[in-house]
Design a protein around this ligand. Structure first.
Ligand code: NAD
Length: 491
């Protein structure tokens, strides 16, 4: 039976109260079905959350649709004040949110805190932009009238997030959508619903009106999202996840011409040229590869090193990899947490076998770590560029693959030989060469002498099979706005 309440059923986890219900039209909703959330560091169930179905999601869309007109008309300053209150509350709750993130995703607490800080920063950045969403005013080309361009919110939006960055993905999407004046239905990832719930509860406590933000957890994502996608009240879908699911959603968006933004998979080349600072490149490569146990869309998927420095780089990279401590994210000094699930760990083990069978040379790791959690050793392979399909696959795993090339041109050709186009990296001491290479890399983002790219003011996103549209920066807000042109006669 469905029950509505002004406060949610909660669980006490590590001393923090965490909502377990759905959140629809400003009220918490329980349900007769639920599912377990697992701590990947122990394999133990930590809580059971309400398992929403298509009818819950359609109720959420209904609420979002009813709230849309009023939310669009909230004055920018008033909307910004709500954002500012939510930002202040987020900061108060930072430690709780980071702890719950570590508990359900396994990432080390230091990484969870960094993700929290970046997410709060995104929210602050949107707060600052709300009163600055301008239009334009111009003369008609042949006189006699004026052209005024304003921006309207696209309308009720479905936001689907993955588990690998449980807070950043929702903060980045919901912040942009709400700043633009769209109402939202958030579908959390079933592995990490609790972080999403804490975020949505914060917006509720900040005073966002009923229906503006709605949250559905579910184990039946395909059913839930196809019901919402088929409803003509939905005007936008913003998805972060795999290219396969993104393709399905684009197909579902087509009949109703639903506006779509897609942040999909990556196959990031990490190019180290002959004149690179080898120590810097090795340090950044280790972070770029093993952050979040390799489960990042922007991870270094192929490390491509000029042959003149390949041995020196590999030795340093291996030394730094061996210094990484694998363990429970709550333990001090842990660098690499578990994988998200046993299934993901099996996938990683299969990948190791595939590389080995294809003749790649195993330099470090390669195995599961014994114990209850889903831990896997940081693994390093030396791989030949001729290995075939394996080198064009998103690994999404703590497996580093080092390729050796003979020239910058060869590095570029190999880097671009992929259907993906999210993030790439280039390391060189020569600024002109860095720019020349960055301009030729067919990717939406290029890190020059740095292995981490994340900033609220920057347009994050990819091309080719890595997606459509951008998140962050003014481009990110524009994803939730439609230009409207007014022609005004002037005598
Ligand atoms: P996934 O595509 O399996 O799931 C992502 C989300 O989609 C989850 O909420 C899931 O429940 C939901 N989902 C699954 N099937 C669905 C369906 N048929 N209809 C609607 N929703 C559905 O991806 P994942 O395994 O959770 O995440 C890993 C992938 O996400 C990787 O490919 C990674 O590169 C990508 N990713 C991309 C970015 C980016 O910004 N480009 C960021 C993080 C992750």
């Amino acid at each position: 039976m469905t029950m509505l309440a002004s406060s949610p059923v909660t669980a006490d986890l590590r001393g923090h109260r965490v909502p377990l219900d759905l959140y629809i039209d400003g009220a918490w909703r329980s349900g007769s079905m639920d599912f377990g959330v697992v701590n990947p560091a122990t394999g133990a169930e930590i809580a059971r959350v309400v398992d929403g179905g298509a009818s819950d999601a359609l109720d959420a869309l209904d609420a979002a649709d009813r709230a849309q007109a009023a939310w669009r008309d909230v004055a920018p300053r008033a909307r910004a004040r709500l954002f500012a209150r939510a930002h202040a509350l987020l900061l108060e709750r930072g430690e709780a949110i980071a702890a719950i993130m570590t508990l359900e995703s396994g990432k080390p607490l230091a990484e969870a805190r960094a993700e929290f800080a970046l997410s709060a920063d995104f929210f602050l950045w949107y707060t600052e932009q709300i009163a600055h969403l301008h239009g334009t005013y111009a003369s008609g080309s042949n006189g006699g009238y004026r052209i005024v361009t304003t921006h309207q919110p696209v309308g009720p939006s479905l936001l689907i997030t993955p588990w690998n960055f449980p807070l950043l993905m929702i903060a980045r999407k919901a912040g942009a959508a709400l700043a633009a004046g769209c109402t939202v239905v958030v579908k959390s990832a079933k592995e990490t619903p609790l972080t999403c719930a804490l975020f949505v509860e914060t917006l509720h406590d900040a005073g966002f009106p009923p229906g503006v933000v709605n949250l559905v957890h579910t184990t039946t994502s395909a059913d839930v999202s196809s019901a919402v996608m088929a409803d003509s009240r939905l005007r936008k879908v913003s998805f972060t996840g795999s290219t396969g699911v993104g393709t399905t959603l684009l197909g579902q968006a087509a009949p109703g011409i639903v506006n779509a933004s897609m942040e999909l998979g990556g196959d990031g080349p990490f190019v180290v040229l002959a004149d690179a600072d080898v120590e810097l490149a090795a340090q950044q490569a280790v972070v770029c590869k093993f952050r979040n146990a390799g489960q990042a869309c922007v991870a270094a998927n192929r490390i491509i090193v000029h042959e003149s420095i390949a041995d020196e780089f590999t030795e340093r990279f291996l030394a730094l990899t061996r210094e990484l401590t694998v363990g429970d994210g709550f333990t001090d000094g842990v660098d690499v947490g578990p994988l998200i699930s046993e299934r993901q760990r099996d996938t990683v083990a299969r990948l190791v076998a595939e590389f080995t069978d294809a003749g790649a040379e195993l330099l470090a790791g390669g195995g599961k770590v014994a114990g209850d959690g889903f831990f896997f050793e940081p693994t390093v392979f030396r791989v030949d560029t001729e290995i075939g399909d394996l080198c064009n696959r998103e690994l999404f795993a703590p497996i580093a693959t080092i390729y050796r090339v003979g020239s910058t041109a060869e590095a570029l050709a190999f880097a671009n030989d992929t259907t993906y186009g999210l993030a790439a990296y280039v390391f060189t001491r020569d600024l002109s060469r860095a720019i020349a290479v960055a301009e030729r890399l067919e990717f939406g983002m290029v890190g020059i002498n740095r292995g981490i790219m994340a900033d609220p003011a920057a347009a994050f996103g990819g091309i080719k099979s890595s997606g459509l549209g951008r998140e962050g920066g003014h481009d990110g807000i524009s994803e939730f706005l439609e230009p409207r042109y007014l022609a005004i006669t002037v005598d």
